[in-house]
Ligand binder design. Structure first.
Ligand code: UD1
Ligand code: UDP
Length: 364
């Protein structure tokens, strides 16, 4: 049997690495299809190197575009490559457009699919990712959930419980694997930061796609930077608009290119505070015990609030929340971390997949 992994964007690489490794250890034949949704070296190549991911067997070179144009190109490219390779299972990750396109293509071709990171919900259909999550979970044959609340969400949408496996969080597997290599000192020195600093990552369309949203956000980040210097590894999506809104290199703000995985997590590990609108960073700060302020009205990862260091804030509330977080440090309300975020999600997923492959589920 052959398993194909469809990957396209930065967070996909981080989630797939432990699954690919664990399937490899079980001797499963597999290959990576890179859609090319992310293509800059700092958004893609660096993750293959840092995470030890094998070279893709195909790169579709889909690139950027409006949702319709990007998704259309993904559908056309993926249909061809899936038909060419005739996989027995296609594994998709997270909630990006590459994930959505792969699940649609496979559903129409009758190719079975597995969704890693199933059942996350923000209940905000204004987020493109929420649309992708709902469609992906409706069509997947195997659903791998990272946290218990996903089981109830999926049940409420009519997904049969037999399809769903609570396995923990492969993104945290990657974090655990990287832990011994995480050293803030060299990155802090290279970027010319003081010992006490904050890290900010901002790329959600609602925050960076309009001049008004960008301005409100940048003003809040600049105010935080008057209390603690802020380094911003900038996602290409918001680069121009955030700069226009005033997020530029200064005495207290440092805007840098996106960082590689090990450099970024090293920086986060040494930070006094993280400000973000990323999905994955909410989880990583929870595990590293770094206070995290998420500038969004909601989160599909509420467990990082109930069992972690995450807080939701509006731009207006960000400066005061930053003061409090800097004074209090990391607070984990439940006193315990999310269950099964133990670095073993990849092997759990691989075990389910290999049992499934050995069952009577193979494509005719
Ligand atoms: C995508 C995901 C988002 C995820 C993010 C992770 C969707 C709908 N969104 O958002 O859920 O959080 O990836 O980083 O799939 N660009 C470059 N170089 C690149 C890639 C993108 O310059 O290598 C720029 C292009 O101008 C592009 C823009 O970033 O138009 C947006 O890229 P795109 O892949 O469409 O969405 P992201 O915002 O990266
Ligand atoms: N990340 C990174 N370098 C950066 C910013 C983020 O390596 O400059 C990593 C981060 O540690 C996490 C992943 O990228 O593992 C999250 O990706 P992103 O925030 O782009 O996507 P999201 O999780 O919001 O979908």
């Amino acid at each position: 049997p052959l398993v194909l992994h469809v990957l396209g964007a930065r967070p996909n690489f981080v989630k797939a690495a432990p699954v690919v490794r664990a399937l490899g250890e079980l001797g499963v034949r597999q290959g990576i299809i890179h859609t090319g949704q992310h293509y800059d070296a700092l958004m893609s190549d660096v993750f293959f190197a840092d995470l030890g991911l094998p070279e893709p067997i195909a790169n579709l070179g889909v690139g950027s575009g409006s949702h319709a144009k990007q998704t259309a190109a993904l559908l056309v490219g993926l249909e061809e490559v899936v038909q060419e390779h005739e996989p027995d299972l296609v594994v998709v990750y997270g909630d990006v457009n590459s994930t959505l396109a792969a699940i649609l293509v496979c559903a129409k071709l009758g190719v079975p699919t597995a969704h890693v990171e199933a059942g996350l919900r923000s209940y905000d259909r204004g987020m493109p990712e929420e649309v992708n999550r709902v469609v992906t979970d409706a069509l997947a044959d195997l659903l791998f959930a990272t946290s218990p609340e996903a089981l109830a969400y999926l049940a409420s949408e009519g997904v049969p419980a037999a399809k769903v496996h609570l396995v923990g969080n492969p993104m945290i597997d990657s974090l655990f694997a990287a832990l011994p290599s995480l050293d803030p000192a060299p990155v802090v020195e290279r970027l010319g930061l003081p010992a006490r600093y904050a890290v900010a990552t901002l790329h959600r369309p609602a925050n960076v796609d309009t001049a008004e949203a960008a301005k409100e956000l940048v003003e809040a980040v600049l105010e935080v930077s008057r209390k603690v210097p802020v380094v911003v590894p900038i996602h290409p999506r918001g680069k121009a608009r955030l700069a226009e809104a005033g997020l530029v290199d200064g005495e207290t703000v440092k805007v840098v290119d996106p960082l590689g995985y090990v450099d970024f997590l090293s920086l986060v590990r040494g930070a006094a505070l993280v400000v973000t609108d990323s999905g994955g960073v909410q989880e990583e700060t929870t595990m590293l015990g770094v206070p995290c302020l998420t500038v969004r009205p909601n989160t599909e990862r509420p467990i990082t609030i109930t069992h972690g260091t995450n807080r939701l804030v509006t731009p207006a509330l960000l400066p005061a929340a930053a003061d409090k977080a800097l004074a209090d440090g990391a607070v984990t309300p439940a006193g315990e971390l999310p269950v099964l975020w133990d670095g073993k999600a990849g092997p759990r997923i691989a075990k389910v997949i290999s049992a499934w492959l050995e069952g009577d589920n193979l494509a005719p």
